[in-house]
Design a protein around this ligand. Structure first.
Ligand SMILES: NC(=O)c1ccc[n+]([C@@H]2O[C@H](COP(=O)([O-])OP(=O)(O)OC[C@H]3O[C@@H](n4cnc5c(N)ncnc54)[C@H](OP(=O)(O)O)[C@@H]3O)[C@@H](O)[C@H]2O)c1
Length: 308
């Protein structure tokens, strides 16, 4: 496994994270097997959110973890808060952050979280309230590191004006198909393509400049949860390129798609959401592959982009 030292954050963290959004579909025993497979493959980082299955993902993990034989201190467990789909609102209020953290710890059956991320911006967020909540969680030892998800540079700046703890993660959508994180840097000022539109105020460069580790969510999906592009008939050119490069390295197309993310010099982590142990083994083979500069471009172009 390729390991990452997050600046001001978790050290020796696996570059591949197991995302537990789909864990509610598993029994406790299946969840334990999934966590064990991850550990065998060198994955020591697990991603959750309060909204995954309405808390069911955290509950399943909390029930399964003791069956794995793993030690709590040997893994990093992260969760996210702020999305209240049941209430039809997003909230970063102090009361909601503190209440969420307690619920997360209870469901995960752990005393502390390695990282707590704010899942998506609350349009009414008050950075001073967030700072107070983070202070309390840090002081009490309930949360070791903090971060955000789907947050722009401006929102990060505003948070940083008040929050004392370093914000060490920004979880963002990034895959060979959904590559808007990097696209506008290539097509800037180009009126012939939608890809030139800056949709995130330059969050990639901001994160790199400020030592914020990007965690790529849905690294194998096309569109917004439309499905996996690997072996999908709508992506013939991409699958051909993934297959050719996979053959060269002796790994699957899926592994090549993940290796494409890990090859980016921003040293991102990729969050794999599969709940199939064989698929996870496949994906983890990506950590042993370093694509050449040329192969990286070959895949980018095969995913439907062009050189301006
Ligand atoms: N911060 C955010 O806003 C946000 C949003 C969404 C997700 N996330 C995080 O990102 C994680 C991953 O998201 P995701 O599950 O949508 O994305 P993903 O990992 O890119 O895609 C998972 C899909 O790919 C399929 N797949 C994986 N390996 C495969 C293989 N070898 N062959 C065939 N199909 C394969 C899976 O099917 P199988 O299950 O059959 O393997 C599943 O349908 C989530 O668990 C969550 O932690 C964060």
């Amino acid at each position: 496994m390729k390991m990452i030292n997050v600046v001001n954050g978790p050290q020796n963290a696996s570059a591949i994270i197991l995302g537990c959004m789909r864990m509610p579909a598993l029994s406790v025993e299946q969840a334990a097997a999934m966590i064990r497979t991850a550990a065998e493959e060198g994955v020591n980082f697990f991603d959750h959110a309060t909204c995954y299955g309405g808390g069911e993902a955290e509950t399943r993990f909390g029930d399964a973890f003791p069956l794995t034989g793993l030690k709590r201190e040997d893994v990093y467990i992260q969760s996210k808060c702020g999305l209240y789909f049941d209430r039809k609102e997003f909230s970063w209020s102090k009361a909601d952050i503190l209440d969420s953290a307690d619920g997360i710890l209870r469901r995960l059956k752990t005393d502390y979280l390695d990282a707590l991320l704010l899942h998506r911006p609350d349009l009414l967020f008050d950075p001073e309230e967030v700072a107070e909540a983070f202070d309390e969680l840090h002081r009490s030892g309930k949360v070791r590191h903090f971060g955000v998800s789907n947050v722009t540079p401006g929102q990060l700046e505003l948070l940083k004006k008040y929050v004392k703890q370093p914000l060490v993660f920004n979880q963002l959508q990034f895959s060979l198909d959904q590559s808007q994180l990097i696209d506008n840097g290539l097509y800037l000022n180009n009126l012939t393509t939608e890809r030139s539109v800056v949709r995130d105020n330059g969050v990639l460069d901001y994160c790199r400049l400020h030592d914020i580790t990007i965690q790529a969510w849905s690294p194998l999906q096309f569109g917004m949860f439309k499905g996996c592009f690997v072996d999908h008939p709508d992506f013939p050119e991409l699958n051909k390129a993934l297959g050719e490069i996979g053959e060269k390295y002796g790994v699957s197309k899926t592994a090549v798609a993940i290796a494409w993310i890990l090859r980016h010099p921003a040293k991102m982590q990729a969050i794999a959401g599969t709940m199939n142990p064989d698929h996870l083994r496949d994906i983890c083979a990506a950590a042993g592959v370093t694509l050449t500069h040329r192969e990286w471009y070959q895949l980018y172009l095969a995913s439907g982009k062009f050189l301006p």
